[in-house]
Ligand binder design. Structure first.
Ligand code: ZN
Length: 198
């Protein structure tokens, strides 16, 4: 594939290289000389509108970010399958020895909207089974009424489920009990720019 000179990603790279890199070059050089040592792992939605590094104003090297559709944490299931999120969690906890895991939910989640309204019929190869992780809190649907209030209630329920599922991983549960690992579930409101930490 030939890269066009007006490619917006390449244009963005040039802005990074000329505007950001000069001030950060020393930091990147330091990072390149050692293994990564992030203090926290963040599990977030792949949604293009949210970016954990931006929201937490984190520098390169500070966060180990795991992103997937709807920011779900599956339950512990060491069955030999290709579990990308679980593998990333194992890497973060056992190899990198992060001290914190934060599940970052967000408002107006398209993935959760799709779960409620069901436009996933044409994407059942992988997406359907993945979204079924949230099934335990979807039926009966929690919370009041319909529309945005219902979606907000389900987003909160899914966030709680992800926190519970983290504790089904024995090495996460043990780390939390021993005081080596702190778990949090936070929610970011895109429109208001507000983070709720409860
Ligand atoms: Zn989302």
């Amino acid at each position: 594939m030939t890269v066009r000179p007006d490619d917006p990603l390449i244009a963005g790279y040039h802005r990074f290289r000329t505007g950001v890199w000069p001030a950060q070059a020393q930091r990147y050089a330091q990072l390149a000389r050692r293994r990564q040592q992030p203090a926290a792992a963040v599990i977030a939605c792949s949604d293009a509108r949210i970016d954990p590094q931006t929201i937490f104003d984190a520098e390169p090297g500070e966060l180990f970010v795991i992103r997937n559709v709807a920011g779900l944490v599956p339950p512990y299931a060491p069955d030999g399958g290709c579990h990308g999120t679980s593998a990333a969690l194992e890497y973060a906890v056992k190899i990198l020895k992060v001290r914190r895991i934060i599940v970052l939910g967000h408002a107006n989640c398209d993935g959760i909207h799709a779960m409620i309204h069901g436009p996933l019929r044409n994407a059942r190869d992988f997406l359907g089974p993945w979204m079924d992780i949230a099934e335990p809190v979807m039926w009966p649907m929690p919370g009041p009424g319909s529309g945005e209030a219902l979606e907000t209630a389900i987003e909160a329920a899914v966030l709680s489920l992800s926190l519970s599922n983290l504790r089904t991983f024995p090495w996460i549960r043990d780390g939390e009990k021993a005081g080596h690992l702190a778990l949090s579930a936070w929610r970011f409101d895109i429109g208001a720019g507000e983070l709720r930490t409860t």
